[in-house]
Design a protein around this ligand. Structure first.
Ligand SMILES: [Mg+2]
Length: 181
């Protein structure tokens, strides 16, 4: 059976506005970045599954609960569904503190590797879009193609773009030449 292709997405700074130095602890603090919607739509239409890969150490710090995180993610999917008629398929979150050296916490690739195994994903046909260097590091360690958003060195990822709206949709069609998409 053909393995699945995934568009992996970091959450804060990619799907929603990042709260500098803080955490999105409640649905009302989750502000969707509408500029990501066209990429989500194209990926969905091209048959990619959408998988969020997010560090959320605000839980490890006791600033929010797992229930808070679930409520934020319900809000995320409800907003995306309202705009596009579909949702993020899977969400992987690492709630450990940075100091715990959890192999799932980015820049380690654990969450990506878990998803690749759980969902039978072909990493070489998949992309990870993030806004932190640690996203690209995790992506490279997991063998997926990488896109970085923001001010980064050109060689920090396969593709570096200035903002969310500049991620080239062509990346979704450039792999493995499937002609049924
Ligand atoms: Mg981010």
């Amino acid at each position: 059976m053909t393995k699945q292709r995934a568009l992996f997405l970091d959450r804060d700074g990619v799907i929603n506005h990042r709260i500098i130095g803080g955490y999105v602890t409640s649905p009302s603090e989750f502000v969707l970045d509408a500029d990501i919607l066209p990429l989500l739509a194209m990926a969905h239409n091209a048959g990619y599954i959408l998988v969020v890969i997010t560090n959320q150490q605000g839980i490890g710090k006791g600033l929010m609960t797992l229930d808070d995180l679930h409520a934020v993610h319900q809000q995320m999917n409800s907003l995306i569904h309202r705009h596009l008629g579909f949702q993020i398929n899977h969400i992987y979150a690492c709630t450990s503190l940075a100091s715990e050296n959890d192999p799932r916490r980015k820049p380690s690739p654990g969450m990506l590797l878990d998803a690749i195994e759980d969902l039978d994903i072909d990493p070489s046909a998949s992309w990870f879009v993030g806004d932190s260097i640690t996203d690209a590091q995790a992506g490279r360690a997991a063998g997926v193609h990488t896109v970085l958003i923001g001010q980064h060195p050109e060689n920090a990822a396969d593709i570096v773009v200035a903002d969310v709206g500049s991620v080239p949709a062509s990346l979704l069609g450039n792999l493995h030449g499937r002609d049924d998409v």
